[in-house]
Design a protein around this ligand. Sequence first.
Ligand code: GLU
Length: 325
Amino acid sequence: MRVAVFALGGTISVSGRARGERLTGAEITSAVPGLDTLGVTLDVRDVHAVPSGSLTFAHVLDVVRDAARAVAEGADGVVVTQGTDTLEETAFIADLVWAHDAPFVLTGAMRQPSMAGADGPANVLAAVRVAVSREARGLGALVAFNDEVHAARWVRKSHSTSTATFVSPNAGPVGHVVEGRVRVLAPPPRRGILPDAFDAERLDAVRVALHTVTLDDDGAQLVGLDGTHQGLVVAGFGVGHVPASLVPVLGALAERIPVVLTSRTGGGAVLRHTYHQPGSETDLQERGLVNGGLLDPYKARVLLRLLLTAGADRDKVASAFAEHG
Ligand code: GLU
């Protein structure tokens, strides 16, 4: 079996030797006990060795393209190591465009390699096992972490330091790695894959804002947003509500750019037809906001930016969120 490994920096690559120095992908994988006994050949490449907060959509899409080439050339699966901070977003970018059955598995670490109980080696070992697992084939992008397997669509970073930081509030982990065996218990359904039409220039031209609604929000941040951004995701209260005073500005924006409604709660769906007061989900949908469904604000922003980069109009945005949300 063969796995293409892409090392992108992050805590898993922080060297204990000198400030700012990073471990290479080969150093990361060679420090994993038991990896050499799996019978898996690793093709390790170093790309974008940065903290994950400095990654871009273009970086991720480059990796996806290189990974697709590796699979076309015979790799059975792909492992990406990166920082955990943005992994929930990068995983969803990959998931939306990954058109192969070969597993695309992301992982990282919460503890640096020189720390007691460093989790990077166990996570890499689990990720490689998932990458070559028959059960993981056809499931798109997955996150292997803390011996759990999460679907890119659901996974979230839920804690700033815990090694159990990755959770999937709406679905739970889709699988586990048990005594080295990958058990997929709840395979996530694949949804439509976006055709790859994302060059860096077009991505740069598409800005999607995220506005989290807060108590007594006066909406000043939103005024004129359509002059600088091509789309907006609103993280509303609860089931998708905003203060009544925000309705005019959101309605006006929705006439000019796609505005997607999500929940700031971290779990559950935006409702469609339960409340009717000004600022309710029903009111906002009537004013043209697109229901984000079960997608959290960060995932919704990923989808909207890719859709707009691909040239989607309002109807295409609405139907994509109906499918993915
Ligand atoms: N937690 C950071 C990340 O997600 C790691 C910082 C670093 O790489 O130095 O990438």
